[in-house]
Design a binder for this molecule. Structure first.
Ligand SMILES: [Fe+2]
Ligand SMILES: [Fe+2]
Length: 247
């Protein structure tokens, strides 16, 4: 069964362990408001499990928005399955995401950018457009009410069964990024870090690993100080990333 934890008021993390050996899990988030909203969907292959988890928090048929930070199996694989069960739900995508990938969504996306505010009822969701962090279309939603940034694949960390952490796990993050090579350039990463820093996040709602509730400047600093960009020909079929934990 997917784990459910409230990581900020009315923001719930739905988490599934992806690779126990790597201590690597995948989460998505439900914002419970007048317009119930998912940020990411998790993989299609675990939809039965995650749909059941969402059902414990809201009636999934009432979902209004499904935010897609980028199209990829773990971010949006279950998008159309959630849409099928929620007749009024719309995908929410960046301009590039809509132009390039709307074909992957069974319902027309709502297009958002840095100036957009999505009215959820008691809160308004906003967006940071962050190209190539780590796909062309990338954007990171954020909630000004709780200063939560839904940081997608930025600030990847271990899970260890903890929904949140106040520890500094930046070493794991750096080793993981160095070995898998998901960021194409320093300029793109810095552009994203500038935008994230500017909203002064209190919580980093990570899509892989524990949600970070403290030491946020340590993570920003680690990514500024270390080169994690460039070409890496990682073969996930044959090699584990260096951040692998030996149990
Ligand atoms: Fe991704
Ligand atoms: Fe991911």
């Amino acid at each position: 069964m997917a784990a459910i934890d409230e990581i900020a008021p009315d923001i719930f993390r739905v988490n599934v362990m992806t690779d126990p050996e790597l201590d690597f899990s995948t989460s998505f988030f439900l914002i419970r408001d007048e317009a119930p909203t998912l940020v990411e969907t998790g993989f299609r292959r675990v939809f039965d499990e995650t749909h059941r988890a969402v059902s414990q928090l809201i009636d999934p048929a009432t979902l209004r928005y499904v935010v897609v930070p980028h199209f990829e199996g773990d971010e949006s694989g279950a998008l159309n399955l959630f849409l099928q069960r929620a007749p009024h739900a719309r995908p929410v995508c960046s301009p590039v995401g809509t132009a390039v990938n709307a074909d992957l969504a069974d319902r027309d996306p709502l297009v958002v950018d840095d100036d957009s505010e999505l009215d959820l009822g008691t809160r308004r969701l906003r967006f940071l457009i962050t190209p190539y962090v780590h796909t062309w279309e990338s954007m990171l939603p954020w909630d000004p009410t709780t200063r939560t940034v839904f940081c997608s694949d930025v600030f990847i960390g271990p899970d260890s069964g903890h929904a949140t952490t106040d520890a500094d796990q930046s070493d794991y993050m750096i080793e993981m990024y160095r070995s898998v090579g998901i960021f194409p350039s320093r300029a793109h990463l810095d552009h994203a870090l500038d935008k994230i820093e500017a909203v002064r996040p209190r919580t980093l709602a990570c899509h892989h690993g524990s949600v970070k509730t403290a030491r946020i400047s340590a993570y920003l600093q680690a990514l500024r100080a270390t080169d994690v960009t460039g070409v890496t020909e990682w073969n996930p079929m044959t090699e584990a990333p260096d951040a692998r934990h030996d149990h």
